[in-house]
Write a protein of this length. Sequence first.
Length: 258
Amino acid sequence: MNQVYSDEDIKQAVRERYGQIARDSHPGAGAACCGPTSCCDDGGAAVRLYADETLTELPPEVTGLALGCGDPLGVQGLQPGQTVLDLGSGGGIDCFRAAQQVGPAGHVIGVDMTPEMIDRARRNAQQLGLTNVEFRLGEIEHLPLADASVDVIISNCVINLVPDKRQVFREAYRVLRPGGWLSVSDIVTRGELPEALRRNLAAWTGCLAGAVDVEEYIVGLREAGFEEVQVTPENPNLPIPSPVFSARITARKAYRPG
């Protein structure tokens, strides 16, 4: 897909938009990655995305910042004691759900490039009294983590916002332990997006213009070293224009003894 804007143009626009969402969002506002050029509607986002009962334990300050397009934790459950990384953690909703599953012996790390989101997530964690969650400011193309340091990587409607997706996949592979797995909910396409949409910067920040063909997504993961790549369409009721759709994409980093 030909890119109209520079990588830095896109990053700055994304940072500004989600910083504004973090500043403006309030309980019950129903914030989502939404708008006339975005991938979803603007009400009841958390209820629409998550089918489990973990939301009942989270306050409106958290659920009001549900900015995803699916549920990356919906396929494979986490195990107590695991270390989990959330790529583009936003206000922290998926980190907090993961923290409930890994328990006190586990650890959850959220990475986000937007300072306002990091601040909101840290305040939310403090309000929830969680000590097994931390949030780090950084870009997911250059993760502030050591090699082979996490068991599971999740992400929710974020990688589409990044111009260099293959660098994200390489970094994810680097920090994942052998045998670990990746579970991503993201916006992808079947075929090329219209030129006018790709040239719309608001559509980039709204999770549309940066979406790539699902086959390109799969190839990128495999080239990074991932195996067992699987794609499952999810949330068919999201008001997304064809050929765009929401999918849960899972993959594993193989364990090779010796």
